[in-house]
Design a protein around this ligand. Structure first.
Ligand SMILES: [Zn+2]
Length: 283
């Protein structure tokens, strides 16, 4: 059956780019309504459903917008936590154009969602079963595909970064809540110091710090505490991919395989999947 929360959950933090305080409140919602974000700081509190077709920007995060251009960015970590906590329906109120970045991972979101009381609703949960492989390859040779699988969501992710502290990392497993709790949800977003310096110079990532990102300077990791989990960087890519896949509106029975891809590729993959009803069935 579909599930929602019994009571609301509140998170407070800052927006990664604005550096401004951001409060996020996850509330129960009716069956068959999915995950909807609401900008409570905007007149008439516009609402936008967290669907791939409402994603308008994928450059540094996944950003939703409604038809009037009211944006909510960095939805992927909370979406990933909602997927793995089995929350089908929720209204997420935000008082800022950005979801709070918290510690750059989904650990706090997931642990509180897992611990929260849930309500079983009166409609069955339906999942998206992949029937035919769909794939995207960009002009740099980065590629992503979604193929049929026997059960659950299988993910293979492969990254290869020049920094020696990252290098070649591969993740391959069927994802489930236990693995998400131990290995995936704690994995923080990561970036190069040169990119951080550039983004700061153009007035972005005002809220970014070593408290909410893994920062690499050449072959050096700048975070004094080191990595949280083995192969943290590729596990963060898996975290992002799960959140982006949840903008399909469904949990997925399929096998994702990705090489060096990001939010843009996952979004294009979903567009291609939904473009032909022969690619999937809702079960
Ligand atoms: Zn991320």
């Amino acid at each position: 059956m579909q599930k929602t929360l019994q009571e609301e959950i509140r998170f407070e933090g800052v927006g990664l780019h604005s550096g401004l305080p951001s409060v996020l409140v996850i509330k129960p919602a009716a069956a068959d309504t999915g995950i909807n974000f609401v900008r409570v700081d905007v007149k008439d509190a516009p609402k936008v459903r967290a669907l791939y077709s409402n994603i308008v920007d994928t450059r540094n995060c996944s950003c939703l917008a409604d038809a009037s251009g009211n944006r909510i960015s960095t939805i992927e970590h909370i979406m990933s936590a909602l997927y793995m906590a089995g929350i089908d329906n929720a209204v997420i109120e935000v008082n800022n154009p950005e979801v709070p970045i918290m510690d750059g991972s989904a650990r706090i979101f997931f642990s509180r969602l897992q611990a929260a009381a849930k309500v079983e609703q009166d409609k069955p949960r339906r999942r998206l079963k992949v029937l035919r492989e769909v794939a995207i390859t960009d002009d740099k040779g980065n590629h992503i595909s979604l193929a049929p699988s026997e059960a659950g969501l299988q993910i293979k992710f492969d990254i290869d970064f020049p920094s020696a502290v990252v290098g070649h990392q591969v993740f391959e497993a069927e994802v489930n809540p236990a693995l998400f709790a131990s290995d995936i949800s704690p994995a923080r977003t990561f970036c190069e110091k040169s990119a951080v310096d550039y983004l700061k110079s153009i007035g972005l990532i005002k809220g970014g710090s070593l408290e909410n990102a893994v920062v690499l300077d050449g072959d050096t990791l700048l975070n004094p505490e080191g990595f949280r989990v083995e192969a943290e960087c590729v596990k963060h890519k898996v975290l992002d991919a799960i959140g982006d896949l949840y903008t399909s509106g469904y949990q997925i029975i399929g096998a994702l395989s990705a090489f060096h891809t990001g939010h843009y590729h996952t979004n294009e993959l979903l567009k291609k999947l939904f473009a032909d009803p022969a690619n999937y069935e809702i079960v």
